[in-house]
Design a binder for this molecule. Structure first.
Ligand code: CDP
Length: 213
């Protein structure tokens, strides 16, 4: 059972993916963390995330220890992530790891849930269930601001909104694996839904997808 969750920044993909993973015994991979880690690695080395050679080299030499770092959650890391994510060599370097995780989740998990931008379109087009989770930009900025403040990171909502819109535009307009719903994705607009409602709706879809036709 592979569940693919895609959508723009701050839509609640991570929260949903974690809850589905716990409820259905699935392994969870936050693929955004991979791109964030590459972006932070380039910045740490004094490089420019928009420089394709620096970005690809960081992706090929990515240390998995960085993946748990709280530094990945800042908007600066998100911004660097969306720059390295437009580099084809970076995406190619991270692809196999994501596919391996999806198809060989650590035991005793019975499947995997991955969230990102291109899971349903590129990484796992064969996923049993594809969700495209979205919400209005204002609502997404509100949620992200609360999330950042909850982690002790100072955040101004207007600034978060501006950063998010710039990042969404870059993610949608890039040539390789742009942010887009797969043709067979179920679109969940969560603007007026709380986390429990989103989970209940998605859980019903997972149960349905798990039932042999
Ligand atoms: O948490 P949020 O939705 O804000 O971002 P994220 O999922 O951590 O992803 C950070 C950035 O990584 C995105 O803005 C994309 O540019 C990039 N990304 C991607 O290109 N493909 C993925 N599968 C996941 C993330």
């Amino acid at each position: 059972m592979i569940v693919a969750i895609d959508g723009p920044a701050g839509a609640g993909k991570g929260t949903l993916a974690r809850r589905l993973a716990a409820a259905f015994n699935l392994a969870y991979l936050d693929t955004g963390a991979l791109y964030r880690a590459v972006g932070v690695a380039v910045l740490d080395a004094g490089g420019n995330p928009a420089d394709p050679a620096a970005a690809e080299s960081a992706a090929r030499n990515l240390g998995l220890d960085l993946l748990d770092s709280p530094r990945l959650r800042t908007e600066a890391a998100g911004d660097a992530a969306s720059q390295v994510a437009a580099v084809p060599g970076v995406r190619a370097a991270l692809l196999e790891f994501q596919r391996q995780f999806a198809h060989h989740p650590p035991s005793p998990c019975v499947g995997a849930v991955l969230d990102g931008r291109d899971i349903g379109t590129v990484v796992c087009p064969e996923a049993r269930l594809k969700l495209f989770v979205t919400a209005s930009a204002e609502e997404r900025a509100r949620r992200r601001t609360l999330e950042l403040r909850g982690k002790g990171i100072a955040a101004i909502q207007d600034r978060v909104l501006a950063d998010m819109l710039a990042r969404d535009e870059r993610d949608r307009d890039r040539k390789v694996a742009p942010l887009a719903p797969a043709n067979d994705a179920v679109v969940l607009d969560t603007t007026d839904m709380d986390a429990d409602m989103v989970f209940d709706r998605a859980a019903a879809l997972v149960r349905n997808a798990a039932t042999p036709a």
